[in-house]
Write a protein that binds this ligand. Structure first.
Ligand code: CP3
Length: 346
């Protein structure tokens, strides 16, 4: 039997428009907090396949979404390349030795060797594959990666940043080094995604969460082309696996979007009408409710109805326009999912 979410990614007709939420496995769920508590901390949870699988499944049962997204983090990639990731409470991710030179980059493990170190991710996927198949409810499993650019921002800045000044100094003063970093990460990501597919994911999503930090005329050069390279590699070997691209905050780039992938993730700052007009014939569109509408049920319903109207011809997957925030009431997330199904029943 085919899965409704996978069918929707491939542009096939479905009985309703499927829905999931970015960051759906996380802190707004008390059940997630309980498992994280048992694991000790967030990274331990990522490293524990049984527990990571458990929190991956939670939103399927509690919120009713149509797809599970693997529980992990984009930053496990540079961690396994040798960058020693730490999550500091109240601060976020931290790499203590950011990359500032070619020598720093050369010290990192690359290619298949780095990708093959992420065994706990593949073990989590294998547990999930078996569990989802046994459930028989045809819910899909989404694997993911960060885009090379988004990963590079953390590898160069050493942490989250508001200004991206260290990356951008490199972009304009030493673009060759930045390209070398992006190329090395791209190689690891290709094998990482391939390993996730072999372990059993149905669909993959590439998160370019910090796309908007790049000026539009430079976006292709420093991010999109690397994402397309990853998609080309995966499509050449696994043409049946849908690929979702999510570049956040680049409406000015919509006219230039190209590449062999299936679904374009629309962020909440881009009007869905505009995305449909520019890309709707070529790609299935995913998104794009402003995540803070989840604080209010009427605001949620209003947006879901409007999205359903705009996307009434199909080729759509409901989602938020970025991740759900930790203080959203669970019942509001359930309301969002129920409303998406109500308005799109065919
Ligand atoms: O979507 C899901 O439910 C799957 C799991 C997932 C996490 N991170 C779990 C997580 C996914 C897909 C990610 C991706 C991720 N990680 C991105 C891209 C997606 C996006 O939101 O744009 C980015 C930029 C990161 C890096 C990252 N991870 C940061 C900056 C932080 C700290 C900030 C924060 O939100 O706390 C994390 C931590 C993180 N990743 C948490 C979770 C559930 C919170 C950790 C905790 O439990 O305290």
């Amino acid at each position: 039997m085919s899965k409704i979410f996978v069918d929707a990614c491939l542009g096939k007709p479905t009985p309703y428009t499927p829905v999931w939420m970015m960051r759906q496995a996380g802190r707004y769920l008390p059940e997630y907090m309980a498992v994280r508590e048992k694991a000790g901390n967030f990274l331990n949870l990522c490293h524990d396949p049984q527990k990571a699988a458990e929190v991956t499944i939670q939103p399927l049962d509690i919120v009713g979404v149509d797809a599970a997204i693997l529980f992990s983090d984009i930053l496990v990639i540079p961690d396994e390349m040798g960058m020693d990731l730490e999550f500091i409470k109240g601060f976020g991710p931290k790499f203590h030795d950011p990359i500032a030179s070619q020598e720093d980059l050369d010290r990192l493990i690359g290619g298949k060797e780095a990708a093959d170190k992420l065994t706990y991710v593949y073990d989590t996927i294998k547990i999930l594959r078996e569990e989802l198949d046994n459930r028989g409810d045809e819910k899909a499993l989404i694997g993911f990666t960060g885009a090379p650019w988004t990963l590079a921002t953390y590898m160069i800045e050493g942490q989250g940043t508001k200004t991206y000044n260290v990356c951008k100094k490199m972009m304009y003063s030493n673009p060759e080094l930045l390209h070398n970093i992006l190329a090395k990460v791209t190689e690891v990501v290709k094998y990482y995604m391939e390993n996730q597919i072999k372990a059993g994911v149905d669909v993959v999503q590439i998160f370019d969460s910090w796309a908007s930090a790049i000026e539009p005329s430079k976006y292709d050069e420093f991010s999109w082309k690397y994402m397309v390279e990853i998609a080309d590699y995966l499509k050449s070997k696994y043409p049946h696996i849908p690929i979702i691209m999510f570049p956040k905050g680049i409406p000015a780039f919509l006219d230039q979007v190209y590449g062999n992938f299936d679904v374009f993730g629309v962020d909440w700052g881009t009007p869905m009408e505009l995305a449909k007009e520019k890309l709707g014939d070529k790609y299935v569109l995913q998104g794009n409710m402003e995540p803070c509408r989840l604080y209010n049920k009427e605001a949620t319903t209003e947006c879901v109805e409007s999205l359903a109207q705009i996307m009434k011809d199909g080729r759509h997957i409901f989602n938020l326009g970025h991740g759900i925030l930790p203080d959203v009431p669970v019942e509001n997330a359930i309301h969002f999912v129920n409303e998406c199904k109500r308005v799109s029943k065919r």
